[in-house]
Each structure stands twice: as structure tokens, then as C-alpha cells.
Design a protein around this ligand. Structure first.
Ligand SMILES: NC(=O)c1ccc[n+]([C@@H]2O[C@H](COP(=O)([O-])OP(=O)(O)OC[C@H]3O[C@@H](n4cnc5c(N)ncnc54)[C@H](OP(=O)(O)O)[C@@H]3O)[C@@H](O)[C@H]2O)c1
Length: 234
């Protein structure tokens, strides 16, 4: 790569986001990490910008700081920041429902709006949105989370059609369970090594970003091959 491409990743303190920053740096990208908490990664091509993506003014500020540090040539945006609250529809606190939409849907839209004008000027770019298999099918006690991830799918499909003529790719990734802190507040689920690993999801994202100019991946559904572990020997 002659000039290292700049990628913005949201939600970088841990999990898929942090692994993605590491993988992108290894693949010789420059990375702006936007998030509420610093991942503590020290690298000349990485800069953390404090940003709660659910607040449009913080996104605008992170964008300004990113341009000051790295310039206007923003190649990629990985909309990763997100979380889930689970519970019965009549019991889930309204604040939790709204908080999920504010980050998973509205935050993704704020970040996307911020980068698109620069990608249009460059007539190239790649936006990757992290949905979930909960964005393809409903989940018991996950109506709110699933709704946000269906929304991510709708935004992604609309935008790939809207932005393709400007040379901007939009891809949507639908992971099954990944072993991260996502499940810390979910009593019913204990993480395990049989889940997808965040490093493997990160490797996929790097691969998507490296595709040739006229190659668009619209959707990628990924799942652990053996979520219950290898078959016991007979
Ligand atoms: N783990 C799974 O099984 C799974 C499956 C499918 C899809 N996903 C999706 O994958 C994405 C990453 O999740 P993960 O599994 O890596 O979970 P994680 O380990 O909990 O990481 C989530 C990241 O998002 C950040 N974040 C949350 N709200 C934010 C906000 N308003 N502004 C900025 N950053 C925010 C968190 O930062 P803080 O330090 O501030 O908390 C954290 O860095 C999410 O969109 C999630 O829905 C996960």
C-alpha cells in the first residue's frame, strides 16, 4: 500500500472493536478509534478519540479531531459500537430500550453521516456495519436488541444502493455469538471458547476492507461451526 489507508472504528475499548484495531494496525492501516473508553493501544498509526456515539455532538467533535490528526482522506468506517439489553417486553426498562436504539441505530447513523461527505469527495470508501444474527431472526427476550440489529440491516441495504455510484461500499456483518464482554449483563449466557473469537471476526473485517475496487460484499453471516464444542468421542 503506497499511502496507509485510514479506518475509523467505533467501540474500541474491548471485544470485536479492540481486536479489529489490532488487526488493522498489523495490516498497515492507520486507525482512529472512537469510543467511551480507551483500549490502551500504543502505536504510531493509532489514535483514540473519546466519543459516545449516541451523542451527535461528540461524533462531530471526534470527526474534527480525527481530521486534524490524520487529514480528510478517510477510507473506512467500521460501525461496531453496540450492546444489548435483554428481558421480557413488558419488563424491559424503557431507558434500556431507548439506550440500545440511541447507540446501535442512531449512533451508527451519526457516524455514517459524518464520514460520507469525505468519501464522496474521494469517490471511494467502505462502511462496514456490525449487525448480528439477531438482525436476521427474532430472539426470545431480545425484541429491542433484535429490532436495533434489523434496523442496521435496513440502513446497510439502503445505503449500499444509495452510495455505490459514488464508489462507496457498504457491507453488513451478522455474527453469531462471539466470546466478548457483550454477555456480561446477560445472566442466561456464559461465554465459551466454542463461540466465535473476536480475532477471527477482526480478520474477516480486514479481508473485506482489502477487496478489489469493483468487488462489493453486501452481507456476511458468520457463526461458530460447533457452538456446543466437538462431538464427544464414541
Ligand atoms: N458478542 C456477540 O456475541 C455479538 C454477536 C453479534 C453482534 N455483536 C455486535 O458486535 C459489536 C461489538 O460487540 P462486542 O461483542 O465486541 O461487545 P463488547 O466486548 O461489550 O464491546 C462493545 C464495545 O462497544 C462500545 N460501546 C458501547 N456503547 C457505546 C457508545 N455509546 N459509544 C461508544 N462506544 C460504545 C463499548 O465501549 P465501553 O468501554 O464504553 O463499554 C465496547 O468497546 C456490537 O455492535 C454487538 O452488538 C456482538
Amino acid at each position: 500500500m503506497s499511502e496507509k489507508r485510514l479506518i475509523i472504528v467505533t467501540g474500541v475499548s474491548k471485544g470485536i472493536g479492540k481486536s479489529t484495531v489490532t488487526a488493522l494496525l498489523e495490516a498497515e492501516y492507520r486507525v482512529a478509534g472512537w469510543g467511551r473508553n480507551n483500549p490502551g493501544i500504543s502505536h504510531p498509526d493509532f489514535q483514540f478519540f473519546k466519543c459516545d456515539v449516541s451523542h451527535d455532538n461528540q461524533v462531530i467533535s471526534a470527526m474534527m479531531q480525527t481530521r486534524l490528526k490524520f487529514g480528510d482522506a478517510i477510507y473506512g468506517l467500521i460501525n461496531n459500537a453496540g450492546f444489548g439489553h435483554f428481558g421480557k417486553i413488558e419488563e424491559l426498562p424503557l431507558e434500556q430500550w431507548h439506550a440500545m436504539f440511541n447507540t446501535n441505530v442512531h449512533g451508527l447513523m451519526y457516524c455514517t453521516r459524518a464520514v460520507v461527505p469525505f468519501m464522496k469527495t474521494a469517490q471511494k470508501g467502505h462502511i462496514i456495519n456490525i449487525s448480528s444474527i439477531a438482525g436476521l431472526d427474532g430472539v426470545v427476550q431480545g425484541s429491542g436488541y433484535s429490532a436495533t440489529k434489523y434496523a442496521v440491516r435496513g440502513i446497510s441495504h439502503s445505503l449500499y444502493k444509495e452510495l455505490r455510484e459514488d464508489g462507496i461500499k457498504v457491507s453488513c456483518v451478522y455474527p453469531g455469538s462471539v466470546e466478548t464482554n457483550f454477555f456480561d449483563s446477560v445472566e442466561a449466557i456464559t461465554t465459551s471458547k466454542n463461540m466465535l473469537q473476536p480475532e477471527d471476526v477482526a480478520a474477516l473485517l480486514v479481508q473485506l476492507l482489502g477487496s478489489s475496487a469493483n468487488f462489493l460484499t453486501v452481507d456476511v453471516e458468520i457463526r461458530p461451526l460447533m457452538p456446543k464444542g466437538p462431538k464427544p468421542k464414541a
